[in-house]
Design a protein around this ligand. Structure first.
Ligand code: UT7
Length: 334
């Protein structure tokens, strides 16, 4: 049997974003929960978030972000070999959304697959893309994180309603002579699966419909404090390991782009990693909320648009969330 000839390295060559137009303030959220702008800012750092329009889907947002990423990369859609859609809020068990994104962006020769690792999904998909390119399975891969979290959030849930937003971020990963995506550090703690989980399940919905029992709205539930403690204790060592594997020191980083779950988690990780003030830290959560698998590419895109980081600098990514799952890697900024 022959082995496919892979590339020496893989790197991000383009980036695109889609931020829905509707901006939602803390005051608006507090019409449905007993809370305050002050509490939300202090406990999460969130000032505003964006909500998709009723007819704006995960696939629509992913298509928009992916098309922009392709345009910025100069890669022709027909040359894309694989489309990976990281999402946990595509509202269909089957089919996944990636095939529709593949069709709509004109990636006529590409395979397509959804990846659900919740808020860690983008980092997982990025690693799969890098491995596909280096193994010779693909030359160009579109990686999108797209979420319409508002379809799965109960607006009356005091612990969840203020946290989440909608949006999509995408990158193009291509073959390169030198590595631009470092080794991934990934892990999972399925014993804590119940800490962030969707209720009711599809089967519970079917049962309620069949028996006429009352039906709760489908929504995510979270043991916030437990997840918070897990994130601030376990994500620092995982991120440090990604730096070590890439051979990059914290003071060599251009940017730290962690999943935007809570500004207090971001600041805690900055301390744990002893990041010097020269490292730009993504704080997109302030205006975007938690967009799950879209948060890392959206946050990097904001830093690039704001001129806060430069192409070629190393950036540290770490995604973490339901599962529980996490994944971290160092990348070269496109
Ligand atoms: O993206 C996937 C991963 N997700 C995460 O990483 C999220 C991790 N968790 C968090 O970010 C935080 O746990 C939250 C922001 C969700 C909540 O913040 P917290 O500091 O953990 O709040 P808490 O649940 O410990 O509640 C503290 C207090 C309680 O009152 P008492 O018992 O101290 O009197 C709550 O009843 O705050 C109260 N509270 C609220 N007060 C005003 C809870 N929710 C609210 C609210 N407004 N919305």
């Amino acid at each position: 049997m022959k082995i496919a000839a892979g590339a020496a390295g893989a790197r991000i060559v383009g980036i695109g974003e889609h931020r829905p137009s509707r901006i939602v303030t803390n005051e608006e959220i507090c019409k449905q929960i007993d809370s305050s702008d002050e509490w939300i800012r202090e406990r999460s750092g969130i000032v505003t978030r964006r909500y998709a329009a009723p007819d704006e889907s995960v696939v629509d947002m992913a298509t928009s972000a992916a098309s922009k990423a392709l345009a910025s990369s100069g890669v022709e859609p027909a040359d894309v070999d694989l489309v990976l859609l990281a999402t946990c809020s595509h509202p269909f068990q089957t089919p996944g959304g990636s095939s529709q994104v593949q069709d709509r962006i004109g990636a006529t020769h590409a395979g397509a697959m959804d990846i659900n690792a919740a808020c860690a999904g983008f980092s997982y998909a990025l690693s799969v893309a890098s491995d596909a390119v280096r193994s010779g399975s693909a030359r160009h891969v579109v990686v999108v994180g797209s979420e319409k979290m508002t379809d799965f959030i109960d607006p009356h849930d005091r612990g969840m309603a203020f946290l989440f937003g909608d949006g999509a971020g995408a990158v193009v990963v291509s073959a390169s002579d030198t590595p631009g995506i470092g080794p991934v550090v990934w892990g999972s703690d399925g014993a804590q699966a119940e800490t962030i989980t969707q209720r009711p399940t599809y089967i519970e919905v079917q049962h309620a419909l069949a028996t006429g029992q009352p039906l709760e709205p489908v929504a995510l539930r979270m043991a916030g404090q437990t997840v918070f403690r897990w994130a601030v204790t376990k994500m620092g060592p995982a991120a440090q390991k990604a730096l070590d594997l890439a051979g990059v020191r914290a003071d060599e980083l251009g940017a730290f782009v962690p999943h935007q779950a809570n500004l207090r988690i971001v600041e805690s990780l900055v301390k744990t990693l002893k990041l010097p003030s020269s490292v730009v830290v993504a704080r997109d959560i302030e205006t975007q909320g938690n967009t799950s698998s879209a948060s890392i590419p959206l946050a990097l895109s904001a830093l690039l648009q704001g001129g806060q980081v430069q192409s070629g600098q190393p950036a540290l990514f770490i995604g973490f969330g339901a599962g529980l799952t996490y994944a971290a890697q160092v990348v070269e900024i496109p």
